[in-house]
Design a protein around this ligand. Structure first.
Ligand code: NAI
Length: 349
């Protein structure tokens, strides 16, 4: 069913408030989820509301957290989220980082003990909109094998960056460090199709093309993606004193306890380096040069990261967003959740 962006946001907000969130937290969460759906990242949009609602209702997201901020130096600080709403805490962390970077040129803010914060590129765009470079990384629950391993250790540990440009182009790179999300495996299962051999491994650690035999996901680009997952875990986990690597809590293990996740934002003011105007001009030049690269056979154009998402968002804002009927039915219902996610394995099965 096609919903207008604001209608979708309002339905999600109502449901999250019914589950127990304050109006402020429900507003922030629903805005970020609607952003993901509008950009075409449906894996991090309305599809998650039932899971969040179950976790909120069972106490695994603290609806009245004691969030504390400690500035640890001119350019650094730690926000302790007390297992409150990840979307709110990640946004607060970026606001703090923007303030510090404007004052001192660079800022690194660690957020500890937060719940899932969705599409992390959203926070980088907050910095970009202020003329700054925004970088973010966060932990996610273990579901990927380290290169050469047969058991999961790291999560899909995403990494994102957004940078300003002279014509406000939407440069925003945001990716999970696994080849594919688990949702894409589920999609193949439901269609009775096989998966490419570089997506996942079976119980023995062998690459599998059977979506029903998947035991863990594979890092992007072999050992290099494995290194990137570690990179993310060092900065957003080990550095912040939260559970790291294989100790990160599973999304679906116990919905009554907080997730204790870590996330880090890094903000850089280009004024302190090449100068803001020169940086923006050269960014625009670089993005335009990329767009003018001759496309390879089968491609219409070379896009820069974030460009296609912005095109999708503009279309979504005009024509509405396609949301599966069953999700709309749930959002419109009086039910808070259907007890579907608690005490499941890492794939919520
Ligand atoms: P994706 O594979 O759809 O895109 C990855 C990046 O590649 C994007 O920046 C996109 O702009 C760029 N890209 C894709 N195709 C392109 C093309 N043809 N030309 C130029 N650039 C192109 O994203 P992925 O890895 O599936 O992640 C989706 C979302 O999931 C992200 O927002 C990420 O933050 C979120 N995520 C959040 C997690 C969490 O625990 N909070 C965990 C994992 C992912």
């Amino acid at each position: 069913m096609i919903l207008k962006r604001d209608q979708l946001r309002q339905l999600m907000k109502n449901k999250l408030m019914k589950a127990g969130l304050s109006e402020k937290d429900a507003n922030i969460t629903s805005e970020t989820l609607a952003y993901s759906d509008a950009r075409g990242w449906h894996s991090h949009g309305a599809v998650r509301v039932e899971y969040y609602s179950e976790r909120i209702a069972k106490g695994g997201i603290n609806t009245n957290p004691n969030i504390t901020w400690k500035k640890t130096g001119p350019c650094s600080g730690i926000l302790d989220g007390d297992n409150g709403v990840g979307f709110t805490i990640a946004r607060m962390g970026m606001q703090k980082a923007i303030e510090m970077a404007k004052e001192n040129g660079v800022a690194i803010v660690g957020m500890r003990r937060l719940s899932h914060s969705g599409s992390i590129g959203y926070y980088c765009e907050m910095a970009r909109d202020e003329g700054l470079i925004g970088i973010s990384m966060c932990q996610s629950d273990p579901m990927a094998v380290p290169f050469g391993g047969s058991e999961p250790y790291y999560g899909t540990n995403p990494i994102a960056i957004s940078a300003p440009s002279a014509n406000d182009e939407n440069m925003m790179f945001d990716m999970a460090t696994t080849v594919q999300a688990w949702g894409k495996v589920l999609d193949k299962r439901s269609k009775g199709e096989s998966i490419p051999s570089d997506w996942a491994v079976d119980e023995k650690g062998n690459p599998t093309t059977n979506p029903h035999e998947v035991n863990a996901l594979m890092p992007i680009a072999g050992a290099k993606g494995y290194g990137l997952m570690m990179f993310v875990d060092i900065l957003s986990g080990v550095l912040l004193g939260v559970p790291f690597g294989g100790h990160v809590s599973s999304m679906y293990h116990d919905l009554s306890v907080g997730r204790e996740l870590g996330q880090i934002h890094i903000v850089i003011d280009p004024e302190r380096f090449v100068g803001s105007e020169k940086f923006k001009e050269d960014m625009t030049k670089s993005l335009s040069e990329l767009n003018n690269i001759k496309p390879a056979p089968g491609y219409d154009k070379v896009y820069y990261p974030g460009q296609r998402g912005k095109i999708r968002e503009e279309k979504s804002n005009k024509d509405g967003i396609e949301i599966p009927d069953e999700i709309v039915k749930y959002l419109k219902s009086d039910d808070i959740h259907y007890n579907r996610y608690d005490h499941k394995n890492r794939f919520a099965e």
